[in-house]
Design a protein around this ligand. Structure first.
Ligand code: 8YV
Length: 325
């Protein structure tokens, strides 16, 4: 029996699966475990199931000890995991792609609708008790039909979001390090453009790239003041990827200056802190990182992470290993 540590509360299906073969300890607090407690609790673990709130760095891996074989991140994004440090120590790192694709695309497109049709603003108005009356020109939004969505990062979630946009009558352009899978490109009639052209043509810019901090593919502050200045003043920015892909201070400045029309955000640079300049703006919609937050999807993610950990503990290759590339 190996020792498995789960650093957060996850659905019981996944914990039960791990318990069929191993000795499992899970954190059951409402808040994420603080770092000092986590470093104590992971000591002696052969496998750890982590969440995006865990920083899996050298100190974390050292605290677990040399017997650690696998870090199974319950997320598709793994910017919280130092993959190079894992590789150096011979530890397998895994993620949970696929099972959250549609749920996250639903969130992205929900943000598109909320911000372009002013649904967030409208809901706040009704709840505020302020007077309102139906009128031909009351709270008019922007229609999506015949407009263009610009998908930044044409992976599975980007494609699923583009599919939703097509169903709403939008054209699709995209930019990214690699081309879109050809079948999806044909199905969507999607056109690959450079990032600058995407910024200049899209009526909605939707971000679906991973957060990469360094190197030629770095995406940290990919959307900075210069990028925002290239967008149309009527365009909207939607971010359901990772907060630091957008320079939040530059976004606030662009909204204040009318450089763009609005933003829908599910992720933030310093979660759960949000730039104060965003909080009282009517032209932004803010969600508390709900991208994959359905019962079904969180269960599927947790079970997949458990299966990845079980595979490594049994000496098999996991379904979803991650590497530095
Ligand atoms: C997760 C996410 O809920 O999978 C991701 O990358 O951002 C979310 O879907 C979160 O990361 C849980 O750890």
């Amino acid at each position: 029996m190996a020792r498995v540590v789960v650093t957060n509360r996850i659905p019981t299906e996944a914990v039960d699966l791990l318990r069929t073969e191993h000795d499992v300890w899970t954190w059951d607090g409402d808040e994420p475990m603080d770092r000092a407690t986590a470093l104590q609790r992971i000591e002696g673990a052969d496998a750890i199931l982590t969440l995006l709130t865990d920083t899996v760095d050298d100190a974390f891996l050292a605290a677990a000890g040399p017997q650690l074989k696998v870090v199974a991140n319950v997320a598709v994004g793994y910017n919280n995991v130092d993959v190079e440090a894992c590789e150096r120590r011979g530890i397998v790192a895994t993620n949970t792609p696929g099972v959250l694709t549609d749920t996250t695309a639903d969130t992205a497109f929900g943000l598109v609708l909320m911000v372009t049709r002013r649904f967030g603003e409208a809901e706040r108005l009704v709840r505020s008790g302020r007077p309102w009356a139906w009128g031909m020109e009351f709270m008019l939004g922007t229609g999506l039909q015949g407009k263009t969505i610009g998908i930044v990062g044409p992976g599975a979630i980007g494609i699923a979001t583009a599919r939703r946009a097509r169903a709403f009558g939008m054209d699709v352009v995209y930019s990214g390090r690699s081309p879109m899978e050809p079948a999806a490109e044909t199905e969507l009639g999607a056109r690959r453009v450079c990032f600058d052209e995407l910024l200049a043509t899209a009526d909605v810019v939707s971000l679906h790239c991973p957060l990469v901090l360094h190197g030629p593919d770095a995406t940290h502050h990919l959307v900075d003041a210069a990028a925002l200045a290239k967008m149309k003043p009527t365009a909207y920015l939607v971010n359901s990827a990772r907060g630091p892909v957008v320079d939040e201070a530059a976004l606030v400045a662009a909204l204040e200056a009318g450089t763009i029309a609005g933003a829908g955000l599910d992720v933030f640079e310093e979660e759960p802190t949000i730039h104060p300049g965003l909080l009282d703006r009517e032209d932004v919609v803010l969600l508390p990182h709900l991208g994959s937050a359905t019962v079904e999807t969180r269960t599927a993610m947790s079970v997949l992470a458990a299966q990845n950990a079980l595979a490594v503990l049994a000496g098999r290759a996991p379904e979803n290993p991650v590497t530095r590339d």
